[in-house]
Design a protein around this ligand. Structure first.
Ligand code: FES
Length: 102
């Protein structure tokens, strides 16, 4: 019995030129108004990185990490895991997961 496998492409995040221009250097929290889903964008001089605002542990929402002096990490509201969005690697727990990048 043959089984077919389909692949679909879905656009998760699309920024207008005005929205892209209004991004500040560092961490930006962004909500897709049409889907209501949240994303984190990290902008520096060289590149723009983006990921879903959803923790790998149990799906918590990330917020600004007020203990972070570098301006690169966010903290999960559920169990306080931390993510460095400049590298997309979890800081806490250390040496653990990478966040899937868009
Ligand atoms: S859901 Fe994020 S730390 Fe548990």
């Amino acid at each position: 019995m043959e089984q077919s496998i389909e692949q679909m492409t879905e656009i998760l995040l699309c920024l207008s030129s005005v929205e892209a221009a209004s991004l500040k250097e560092g961490i930006n929290f962004f909500r897709n108004k049409s889907t209501g889903k949240d994303y984190i964008l990290y902008k520096n001089k060289h590149r723009l990185r983006a990921c879903k605002n959803m923790c790998k542990h149990q799906g918590g929402l990330f917020i600004k990490d007020i203990e972070d002096l570098t301006g690169r990490s966010v903290r999960c509201t559920k169990h306080n895991w931390k993510l460095d969005v400049s590298t997309m690697k979890y800081i806490n727990p250390p040496e653990s997961f990478c966040q899937d990048e868009l």
